[in-house]
Design a protein around this ligand. Structure first.
Ligand SMILES: [Zn+2]
Length: 362
């Protein structure tokens, strides 16, 4: 029932998985982790809670200790190299300060040096608020480290079938929001699920989901890999914000530019222009003309022609459910004109633009 309409995953060097509960890595991501680990990808798991709020107690004993042991066993089965089990409160993870959650992910990124992060889709997939909080923290940390983030998701037909049968709140994605299809074996995942005996004894929803998915998993980018340079000519800076394009985001970009002495003199709504003039549809795409008057004054003093390269363009555009903010590198003024006297002005402008972009993810 699920076709291979999406391409397969790009190569992954080292994978950091960030989840809320012990068993998320197996019940949700087990087949994906097993497939990557068997192909030689080192995998680490950061789990924010001990899962102590679970109402399932199929095993006697202190649930926190039981679930920690189950996670270790499942990690061995899935070939996970490193496990960080943290002690944030299960069920109310969203009430923990985001900065604390982000700091934990940042620490593991520093030690494990992943090339990619893997998380639950930002819907939480099952709708659990802890899943949403875990993903949000991972996204922030990844944005700071400029790492791409992949999310595990379900197709809409699978989510709809589960919800109809079990009254659950699974969130599925339509095909256009799914980036990758991954053929998977289930054997190791089923063993890892069995290792979580306190949670998996009687779980008809899980069994039904795995049956519906068969040998298929689906993923999407929450943060795409950076891609700004053409060959080795870098002509701009990019900052990726883990939030959707909204007027509020645009205002935040303008405020950050203003903080660095740039007024926005022009604003071109490319999406609206192409829609009105050509009747074509595209993602949100704004070009802001940013101007720092003292710098413009200095540049014009060196070269009257420099107006051809002014004002400094800053692009704010939607990229899936993230937003890209890109600024032209002012050093282009020096390379295009061949006038080294412009370099001090370009250096000053570059430092201010970088500071403005950096402040957006601080
Ligand atoms: Zn969970």
């Amino acid at each position: 029932m699920v076709g291979d309409f999406a391409p397969q995953l790009p190569p992954i060097g080292r994978l950091l998985v960030v989840v809320a509960h012990p068993d998320d890595e197996s019940f949700g991501l087990g087949a994906i982790i097993d497939t990557l680990a068997s192909n030689g990808v080192p995998v680490a798991v950061l789990c924010f809670t001990h899962g102590e709020a679970s109402t399932l107690h199929a095993r006697r004993g202190d649930l926190r200790r039981v679930r920690a042991a189950e996670l270790s066993a499942a990690a061995r089965i899935l070939g996970i190299e490193r496990t960080d089990l943290l002690d944030f409160p299960d069920g109310t993870l969203a009430l923990s300060p985001t900065t604390e959650l982000v700091a934990q992910v940042t620490t593991v990124i520093g030690v494990f040096a992943p090339t990619h992060l893997l998380v639950f889709d930002d819907t939480g997939v099952t709708g659990h608020v802890d899943h949403i909080a875990a993903t949000r923290a991972a996204l922030r940390a990844a944005a700071l480290a400029e790492l791409p983030v992949l999310a595990w998701t379900l197709t809409k037909p699978v989510a709809d079938a589960l919800n109809a049968e079990h009254g659950t709140a699974f969130a599925g994605r339509s095909a256009d929001l799914i980036d990758f299809h991954m053929p998977v074996p289930r054997q190791q995942q089923r063993r890892a699920i069995a290792a979580h005996a306190s949670q998996s004894g009687h779980n008809p929803v899980l069994r039904h989901r795995l049956n519906l998915l068969g040998g298929h998993e689906f993923l999407r980018w929450l943060l795409r890999p950076q891609r700004i340079d053409q060959g080795d000519i870098v002509y701009g800076y990019t900052t990726r914000l883990p939030e959707a394009f909204t007027p509020a985001v645009v205002e935040r970009v303008k405020a950050a530019l203003k903080e660095q002495g740039f007024g926005v003199l022009t604003e071109i709504d490319v999406k609206a222009t192409l829609r009105d003039k050509l009747a074509v549809d595209m993602e949100d795409y704004l070009i802001l003309g940013a101007c720092n008057p003292p710098l413009v004054h200095r540049a014009l003093g060196v070269d009257r022609e420099i107006g051809l390269l002014l004002p400094c363009n800053v692009v704010v555009r939607a990229d899936g459910e993230a937003t890209l903010v890109q600024a032209l590198d002012p050093q282009v003024m020096v390379s295009v004109t061949g006038r080294p006297e412009l370099k001090p002005v370009a250096d000053d402008a570059a430092a201010r633009l970088r500071a403005a972009l950096d402040s957006l993810t601080a």
